[in-house]
Design a protein around this ligand. Structure first.
Ligand code: HEM
Ligand SMILES: *[C@@H]1O[C@H](CO)[C@@H](O)[C@H](O)[C@H]1NC(C)=O
Length: 326
């Protein structure tokens, strides 16, 4: 792995940012998690997850962004408790917000391997968190240490999936959502940078192209050429466009440079550039790729600790798609 050598400019920026917002999370023990959690009970946990994620992504690269998004959707609703994986009518997974989620088969495949290696030990919530980290690394993003010990929730309610933002929320409500999870404005701007890879259905941006806020016109904050390109690509709401129109398959800071050129795909992406609370962070991240890379790992680690169940809470599912019968 390439050593991370922070530049002077980077350190100045990091200092400025941490002075204005409280950067970093609590020590992992405060969440009830531990870096040694599987040392005795499932020593090959990370090796198995990593091998499987690599196999799947090698076959289908688009599973890398899919796994990262799946983890985010899980953590937003009832914390990182694998509630998104429960599969029955009326569960989160059956909600409209979950319609284009993918990667479930990867988690199931990992679970089968882990049940063979260390039965009833590895939680689905830990598997999903670990797989999202490995997917990030394989996409070209940073590595971070994941603490383990999450338990799986027994509750999943479709209506609660409406907490997940769908792309036209304003910055105030995005900040409120993040703050309710213990995440701050820096985490919001940095984690939105996950949209440097992956894709969106045209349905999520249709109103920006033709009839923005019932004006009968395209969104004025959308670059005109890019807007015309999107109109050509988006004949049907079910078609896909890349979230990063310029380097869609590379994990880099182009997402932020796009925002500065009015080339953010979702309204929520573009708002980050113009809002006074988030705009300065967009500028910092657009000019400093190392800052984005480093902080993405820090913020993802925080995301993975959101409202986790530990100890006697929840259970370790034997099948990630259903609560245990016993
Ligand atoms: C901040 C608020 C966020 C909003 C409003 C948002 C919204 C969206 C939307 C609308 C899509 C496209 C869905 C579709 O039409 O199929 C999407 C895709 C995606 N999101 Fe987000 N998202 C947010 C935060 C995050 C975070 C925190 C992460 C991960 C850390 C993330 C990772 C992704 C990825 C990787 C994709 C592409 C998925 C794929 O290619 O299969 N998003 N997001
Ligand atoms: C942001 O969105 C929320 C929820 O839709 C709404 O109540 C609020 O008035 C909006 N705030 C601004 C500043 O537009």
């Amino acid at each position: 792995m390439k050593a991370f050598v922070p530049s002077a400019l980077f350190l100045v920026a990091l200092h400025l940012i941490s002075a204005t917002v409280r950067a970093g999370g609590l020590p992992v023990e405060a969440y009830g998690l531990s870096f040694q959690y599987y040392q005795e009970s499932c020593p090959n946990f990370e090796a198995i997850v990593s091998r499987k994620v690599k196999e799947w992504i090698k076959k289908d690269y688009t599973l890398a962004p899919a796994l990262m998004r799946l983890h985010f959707h899980d953590c937003v609703v009832r914390g990182c408790d694998a509630s998104i994986l429960l599969n029955y009518p009326g569960s989160e997974r059956s909600a409209a917000e979950s319609k284009t989620l993918r990667g479930f088969e990867v988690i199931n495949d990992i679970k089968v391997a882990l049940e063979k290696s260390c039965p009833k030990m590895a939680s689905c919530a830990d598997i999903l968190t670990s797989a999202a980290r490995d997917a990030t690394v394989l996409a070209g993003g940073p590595f971070w240490m994941v603490p383990y010990g999450r338990k799986d929730g027994r509750v999943s309610v479709a209506k609660e999936a409406s907490k997940v933002p769908v792309g036209h929320e304003n910055v105030t409500s995005l900040l409120q959502l993040f703050q309710s999870q213990g995440l701050n404005v820096l985490d919001l701007v940095v984690l939105s940078g996950a949209h440097t890879i992956g894709r969106s259905t045209c349905g999520s941006i249709q109103s920006r192209l033709y009839n923005y806020k019932s004006t009968g016109k395209p969104d004025p904050t959308l670059n005109r050429e890019y807007g015309n390109y999107l109109k050509r690509k988006c004949r049907w709401a079910s078609e896909y466009v890349y979230l990063d129109g310029r380097t869609p398959k590379t994990f880099d800071n182009m997402y932020y440079k796009n925002l500065q050129k009015k080339m953010g795909l979702l309204s929520t992406d573009q708002y980050l550039n113009s809002d006074s609370r988030t705009g300065p962070l967009v500028s910092a991240l657009a000019t400093q790729p190392e800052l984005f890379n480093y902080q993405f790992g820090v913020s993802m680690a925080k995301l993975g600790n959101v409202q986790v169940l530990t100890g006697d809470e929840g259970e370790v599912r034997t099948n990630c798609n259903a609560v245990n019968r016993y």
